[in-house]
Write a protein that binds this ligand. Sequence first.
Ligand code: KG4
Ligand code: ZN
Length: 341
Amino acid sequence: MIVVGIETSCDETGIALYDTARGLLAHAIHSQVAMHEEYGGVVPELASRDHIKRLAPLLAHVLAEAGIAKEAIGAVAYTAGPGLAGALLTGASFAEGLAWSLGVPALPVHHLEGHLLSPLLADDPAQFPFIALLVSGGHTQIMCVEQVGAYELMGESLDDAAGEAFDKTAQLLGLGYPGGPALAKLAEAGVAGRFKLPRPMLTSGDLNFSFSGLKTAVLTVVRARPLSAQDKADLAAEFQEAATEVLATKALAACRQRRLSTLVVAGGVGANRRLRQRLDEAGKRQGVRVCYPEMALCTDNGAMIAFAAAQRWLAGGYDAAREQQRAGGFAVRPRWPLQEL
Ligand code: KG4
Ligand code: ZN
């Protein structure tokens, strides 16, 4: 079966075609970064308007790339939450309309489940059960994943998400939006250790995180005196060291706790090279295999949505969706804890 995946939860319009027999056929992403840049963050109303404009052309693009007609589509998957309500509604209504016109099921998907399963799209995918480190702009969680749909929350951030901390720190350093990749790039030119930042909750004994204090510590340095370009790079490097040390340490502690030897990393911050380096090194010492999504599938995309829907479909997990479709209604959930799946 060919599943279309539609992602519009935030500032990327993503559409992909996934075939349960042949794998990923095509995927395309339109990023709104340039549009939101001048506002220093995502403007929800502008995001929704842009998704609406991009959806139909992107679908035509992936169909052409895969060389298939839209009648070959067997199901339409879309991100139903969590995310920006208006943005979610654009993808949901487009997907529901498309599914209805083709006479195929519409499959709502949890955005984080998409991220969580995205490393399984790799050539040599991880095997269940595994520990997952989910690090995005809105979430920082450690989950124990028994199988598709069985997600146990082991720890999470008590305040800011890791991506949010990268973004806010980048803003303090005058790097604009989106901050994570820009801060990581600046950190390459810096030396960690010249400024001393805390490693929040590193020795808390549990698997929770806190990143707001780290951001405040950066603010204190920024306010103390004017920073040179080298100062900023050194501060960025120290911030990256602090954040990635806590993330890597706790993710591997979770593997030890459950005696699991596979760690899956998902979400936008999973693109961070220093985080990957730390996880790889520590994983090697501990006999843990660390699996990442392809770089292009780390941030929001339609491929992970199509894939998660297909896995759920194959596991028989879509009765509720079919019931809902028969009733002719659909809903999005801007707030939607993954454990409620
Ligand atoms: O998963 P994602 O695309 O969207 C959400 O669902 O949140 O993650 C976006 C987050 C942003 O906070 C962005 O700054 C961060 O991922 N990010 C990075 C890097 N690339 C993206 N953070 C650190 N280093 C990176 N290379
Ligand atoms: Zn995401």
